[in-house]
Structures are given as structure tokens and as C-alpha cells.
Design a protein around this ligand. Structure first.
Ligand code: SAH
Ligand code: SF4
Length: 366
């Protein structure tokens, strides 16, 4: 059997890690081996997508949700949450911040609703943001499962990327995390619908979930490959005290969650190579420099919150979410410094699509 270092060198050079290889990465524990893994992933990132961090301004537009995912703090049955929906002028103001910071692109995220008022509201928001920037601002949506007609309408209005995490690609684990009327097959079908509507599609999972094994995570990495997805947004699971799953977790280990999150980023970079991978807020929740460590393990996207601080306490998907009282300008300032300190650069105000998307379109991917 090849030595770990020899094998890793071949992967960096382009050999595709198989299931056993992915498992090997995810099971690493020795600090020296982990450092080697992150370095290898960083090398592939530099070669495939460079060291320019893609910044998206995140706007949490509404926390009304008709679903009841067992892990999420804004689930329908959490009566302790004060519900809000930003007005169109408020969305415009947040997007203007992002635009002025040179972010080039925004993500509108919300709880899930599919009533006609909500579909109109998103369509109108997308139209207005396009107008405001004379078509230049890139718009990503993350508003849950919808019909093909709705996705088509939102795409026609001007959104061009969509994030819909599969949460877990293993149907049994998915079922354990959701009530019976939340359907894995339907969520999976939505990813196909999004692609057909024309979107660049991002998906992802939660990492370190109760009941989740290394094999489940390997399934997830293989799922991303099979679907030939353009972007990955995944992060460690974090308990929320007002949720069924959060109440059942008694052995939460932040260090383990963080390491597993970083290993997944590195394994995804080494396996998928030219996709966009986000260093998510969940990493920052586990360590103040969690997102920076994500970038050094292979991620290349960060989504700073550009919404007003007023509504942030109402959008707590998990406990201890950071940045509740730091406004968009302050986070921009701090982030810029910390990125430069680790040798990363800020991408200029552009959409920052993944090279994978361009290659997939051009059919040049091997
Ligand atoms: N309603 C939309 C988008 C908002 S939720 C949707 O569900 O797709 C965005 C993501 O937050 C979810 O996909 C989920 O992966 C993540 N999330 C929710 N609760 C979480 C928790 N407790 N820990 C970590 N991530 C969580
Ligand atoms: Fe709603 Fe999304 Fe939270 Fe599920 S994860 S309860 S769909 S906001």
C-alpha cells in the first residue's frame, strides 16, 4: 500500500480519490497528517480557483418557515421566534451596502414558503436588485424547495445561482432529521429542477450530525460528484436549544466538529477540484478564525452578512451565531484584514462564478 504522503501527492496531481481514499482523509486525526491534508487541498485550490476569495453579501430576508426540520432554530414550531420579513426597500438597502463594498453578488436567504405572495415577493426583490445595479449585481437565492414554475420565474427575473442543501444525501439519515412529510426524493428532485431552469446549483450538507457516520459523509462527497454541482455550501451541525435535535444532543464537542468540517472542505476540494466551496458562518461559530481556517483547507467563498443588525437575533438557525451586533461595514473591515493576513486576496466586484460552471457549460471538463 502506498504511503499516505505518496498517495496524497498523486491526488494533488489529479488522481481521483475513491471511496476508500475519501474515508482515509476523513478519518485522519494526527495533527501533522491533518496539516498535510489541508496543505494539499490549498495547493489544488490555488491551481484551480486561485487565492481570490469570492465574497457574497448575505441578506437574511425572512424567517417565516412552513417547515419543521428537527435541527433548525427557525422551524415552524419554535414559537419563541419573533417572525419578520424585510420590506423591498430594506432588501434594496442591504444590497446597496454589498454593492458599495464591491461584493459583486448577493445571496437572498429565507425560511421556506411557497404561497403566491412569497413567490411574487422574491420575484420582485430580484427584479429590483437587478435594476438597482443596472444588471451588474449577481443574485443567488436560497429559499428552499419550490415548483419548476417558481424556479423558472425567479430565474427569468434575474437570479442565476441557487443554494439548496441536500442536508444529508443518505435517505435514512435525512428521514431521521425531518418530520415524515419532508421528502428526500422531493428535495433531490428540486436540484434537478433548478438545473433545468438554468441556475448554477449549489448544494451541501451538515457535518457531524447525531447518527452520522464517516460512510454517510463519503456518500455526500460522492453525491456532489454525481450531480456535477457547481458550488458547495456545507458546515458543521450546531445545536439549537429550542429544537428536538438540539435538546437530544448531550455530548457536543466543538473541536471535533470544527476538525470534521475542515476535513470535509479539504476532501471536497481534492475530489471536485474546480468548484466554489464556502467557508460558512458555522465554522466561525466554533472558532473566531474558523472561516479563515476553512479558506486554508480549500474553501474560496465567504458570505458576510450585509443585513441590518436589527433582525439578526431572529435568524438564529443554531445557538451562539456570531456577528449579531457587528454591522456590515465593521465586518467588511475586519474580514479584509484577516484575509490579507493569511495571504488571501479579495476578488474584485464580480459575480465570481465557479470555473467548474464555465467548464461544464463549455463541455471541457475531463
Ligand atoms: N430554508 C432554506 C434556507 C435557509 S436554512 C433551506 O432550508 O434550504 C439554510 C441552511 O441552514 C440549511 O440548509 C441547513 O443546512 C442550515 N442549518 C439549519 N439549522 C442548522 C443547525 N442547527 N446547524 C447547522 N446548520 C443548520
Ligand atoms: Fe425552514 Fe430551512 Fe430551517 Fe428547514 S432549515 S426549518 S426549511 S429555514
Amino acid at each position: 500500500m502506498k504511503s499516505w504522503t505518496e498517495w496524497l501527492r498523486e491526488v494533488v496531481a489529479g488522481a481521483r480519490p475513491d471511496r476508500a481514499g475519501l474515508r482515509r482523509m476523513l478519518e485522519l486525526e494526527k495533527p501533522a497528517e491533518l496539516a498535510e491534508l489541508y496543505r494539499a487541498a490549498y495547493q489544488v485550490k490555488l491551481a484551480e480557483v486561485g487565492n481570490q476569495v469570492r465574497l457574497r453579501g448575505l441578506i437574511e430576508i425572512s424567517n417565516y418557515c412552513t417547515k419543521n426540520c428537527y435541527y433548525c432554530g427557525i422551524r415552524r414550531d419554535n414559537r419563541a421566534v419573533h417572525r419578520f420579513a424585510l420590506t423591498l426597500p430594506e432588501i434594496r438597502a442591504a444590497a446597496t451596502h454589498a454593492w458599495e463594498f464591491g461584493y459583486g453578488s448577493v445571496v437572498l436567504q429565507s425560511g421556506e414558503r411557497s404561497d403566491p405572495e412569497f413567490v411574487d415577493y422574491i420575484e420582485q426583490a430580484v427584479r429590483e436588485l437587478k435594476e438597482l445595479s443596472r444588471g451588474e449585481l449577481g443574485i443567488t437565492l436560497s429559499c428552499g424547495e419550490q415548483s419548476a414554475a417558481t424556479y423558472r420565474r425567479w430565474f427569468a427575473a434575474g437570479a442565476h445561482r441557487y443554494l439548496l442543501r441536500i442536508e444529508s444525501s443518505t435517505p435514512e439519515l435525512y428521514r431521521a432529521l425531518h418530520p415524515a412529510d419532508h421528502d428526500y426524493a422531493e428535495r433531490r428532485a428540486c436540484l434537478g429542477r433548478l438545473r433545468e431552469a438554468g441556475f448554477q446549483v449549489g448544494t451541501g450538507v451538515m457535518i457531524g450530525l447525531p447518527g452520522q457516520t464517516v460512510d454517510h459523509l463519503v456518500n455526500d462527497l460522492e453525491f456532489f460528484r454525481e450531480l456535477d454541482i457547481d458550488m458547495i455550501g456545507m458546515g458543521p451541525y450546531l445545536p439549537h436549544s429550542e429544537t428536538p435535535l438540539g435538546r437530544a444532543v448531550h455530548d457536543f464537542d466543538p473541536e471535533r466538529q470544527l476538525t470534521l468540517g475542515l476535513k470535509m472542505i479539504a476532501a471536497a476540494r481534492l475530489s471536485l477540484r474546480d468548484v466554489n466551496i464556502a467557508a460558512t458562518t458555522a465554522l466561525q461559530t466554533l472558532a473566531p478564525d474558523g472561516r479563515e481556517r476553512g479558506l486554508l483547507a480549500g474553501a474560496n467563498v465567504i458570505m458576510p452578512n450585509v443585513g441590518e443588525v436589527e433582525h439578526r437575533p431572529d435568524y438564529l438557525l443554531y445557538d451562539h451565531k456570531p456577528g449579531l451586533d457587528e454591522n456590515a461595514a465593521e465586518s467588511r473591515e475586519r474580514l479584509e484584514q484577516s484575509l490579507l493576513a493569511i495571504g488571501e486576496q479579495l476578488a474584485p466586484g464580480e459575480w465570481g462564478d465557479s470555473p467548474h460552471f464555465a467548464r461544464r457549460r463549455g463541455g471541457s471538463r475531463a
